[in-house]
Ligand binder design. Structure first.
Ligand code: ASP
Length: 307
């Protein structure tokens, strides 16, 4: 098993499958039990280093590490010496001195986890770096798809919306194509520049017509429109975006009966996804969050040497 998880590209099919299988075991070992703890990482230290806001990912990593009995240190940039201008390198050296076995990092700069891995001896896990990658999100998405649909190989997955700014899309393309799924990126041309799509993977298709893709998809994964990362205007108006690329009830009805709707959260309800769709039985959004804990348990366990 690899030492760091910086990118979904760090994983070949065997490692990715091992993580998904181990997550399944974690879920069956802890799910439904009153005491959800396993002793696997007793005495090990996991630091959560969050330089960017997060709800799900942060709580999920914390729950995962605690369920494995690790000692967890939560660090947030706000209220730390980062606001006094301390560099990532100096923060890394501090963590190193404290003997962190794993550092989970979220950072607004793409590539920050790669730098961090040069400065610490422990394992580095990327929990989202800028617009670059979010590999554990892709793993939990793949886990959710596999448990709902029974397979990933040959699965038709549409990833819809703001691909340009989405680390979730990037990691999903890399992981899903490694595992044999057929990925189609859908959105306005401004948010799926062809060079971006080509650089991601030559195995993906691109479409600008959501209505044409929906009937042939087993999974429709909606992406959040990341207004906070947009310097220019990429579409005429929110209404226009929603009309062309939002998943509403009419489009949901055109999906095959077995197909599922995913979203990594946080959602812009009424923009990329209608509230009725988000809350429908076809939506796996809450399940994705639950699966995230088992998947992150598997990642921490395997990176830290579990077998
Ligand atoms: N929560 C995901 C991320 O951190 C997706 C999003 O923010 O839209 O990338």
């Amino acid at each position: 098993m690899i030492r760091h998880l910086r990118s979904a590209a760090d994983l070949d099919a065997a490692d990715a499958t091992l993580i998904l299988d181990t997550a399944g075991e974690m879920a069956s070992l802890t799910g439904g039990r009153e005491v959800k703890k396993l002793p696997a990482l007793r005495g090990r230290t996991v630091v959560n280093l969050f330089y960017e806001d997060s709800t799900r990912t942060r709580i999920s990593f914390e729950a995962a590490a605690k369920r494995l009995s690790a000692d967890v240190i939560n660090f947030s940039a706000k209220g730390s010496s980062v606001s006094k201008g301390e560099s990532l390198k100096d923060t890394a050296l501090t963590l190193q001195a404290m003997g962190a076995d794993a550092v989970v990092i979220r950072h607004p700069a793409s590539g920050a986890p790669h730098r961090l891995a040069e400065w610490v001896d422990g394992s580095v896990v990327n929990a989202g770096d800028g617009t670059h990658e979010h590999p554990t999100q892709a793993l939990l998405d793949a886990y959710t798809m596999r448990s709902r649909m029974g397979r990933l190989d040959g699965l038709r997955v549409a990833i819809v919306g703001d691909v340009l700014h989405s680390r979730v899309a990037r990691s999903n393309v890399l992981l899903l194509t490694t595992l044999g799924a057929q990925v189609t990126l859908v959105g306005p041309p401004t948010l799926i520049p062809l060079d971006v799509a080509a650089a991601l993977s030559e195995k993906t298709q691109v479409s600008y017509d959501l209505d044409a893709v929906v009937p042939d998809s087993d999974v429709v994964m909606m992406l959040r429109v990341q207004s906070e990362r947009m310097q220019d205007s990429y579409f005429p108006s929110a209404r226009e975006y929603s009309r062309r690329y939002g998943l509403d009830v009419a489009r949901l009805r055109k999906m095959p009966e077995h197909a599922i709707v995913m979203h990594p959260g946080p959602m812009n309800r009424g923009m990329e996804i209608a509230p009725e769709v988000a809350d429908s039985p076809r939506s796996t959004i809450v399940e994705q969050v639950a699966n995230g804990v088992s998947v992150r348990m598997a990642v921490l366990y395997l990176l830290l040497g579990g077998k």
